[in-house]
Design a protein around this ligand. Sequence first.
Ligand SMILES: NC(=O)c1ccc[n+]([C@@H]2O[C@H](COP(=O)([O-])OP(=O)(O)OC[C@H]3O[C@@H](n4cnc5c(N)ncnc54)[C@H](OP(=O)(O)O)[C@@H]3O)[C@@H](O)[C@H]2O)c1
Length: 231
Amino acid sequence: MSKTSPIVLILGAGPNIGQSVTRAFKEKGYRVALASRRAEEAESTSDEIYIPSDFSDSGAIVNIFSKVKALLGIPSVVVYNASAVTFTPPDDPLSLSLADFDQHLKINTVSPFVAAQQAATGFAELPDTASRTFIYTGNLLNTVTVPKFFDLGVGKSATAQIIEYAATAYKDRGFKFYYGDERNADGSPMYTGLSGEAHAKLYVELAEGKTQGPWQQTFVNGVGYKHFPVA
Ligand SMILES: NC(=O)c1ccc[n+]([C@@H]2O[C@H](COP(=O)([O-])OP(=O)(O)OC[C@H]3O[C@@H](n4cnc5c(N)ncnc54)[C@H](OP(=O)(O)O)[C@@H]3O)[C@@H](O)[C@H]2O)c1
């Protein structure tokens, strides 16, 4: 693969969404950088690098971007896919320990903020022809509360705001920011059974899009983007 091929960085690259998104971007000619706690650095090649990292330390995100820039170059597409939750009793969300709340806020919001910041800094150095797309994998918790999902809901809501602010602020510079949210066909949440393939298809389309679309990308497997009224 050419050293001028575009680069996608996937933060939280696991067996489902991460793997499908990786495959789809490779098919489009991208070189890939994959970060997660269990990433095997030794498996890295000249076109595909693995970076072991724990996003509960938000400083780790800066190190990942530095490493990707040094080894491959500046990523024109960045996907943040990791998340964390501790299920809390529906009648006592405030029983969550501060340690868990703090750690999960880092994974769900603070590290995505640092990743968006790093991505935008890189996008500013790329030519106008580069994709310059940041995608955060979300769910419907930015629009409703669901008992038990307290800390995840706080994190997804805050990050949805980050994405919306960034999508609005940077669109004239050609940078795109998206919040991906796969739904069932009736708009109800997909607690399980997410389609890695459907995420991959949408994320490639968003990366290839020339201008910012709706920042909140609710979508359905086999359909693509679908607007759902807020419940
Ligand atoms: N739309 C919906 O209704 C809905 C429903 C469920 C989930 N989701 C979202 O989908 C995303 C996950 O999808 P998936 O499980 O299919 O993805 P995946 O790509 O299969 O896995 C995500 C990977 O993130 C990595 N990760 C988790 N915590 C991390 C941390 N602290 N630091 C670094 N890496 C970490 C894990 O790898 P390591 O173990 O190697 O770190 C994990 O394998 C999440 O954002 C989740 O909130 C959405």
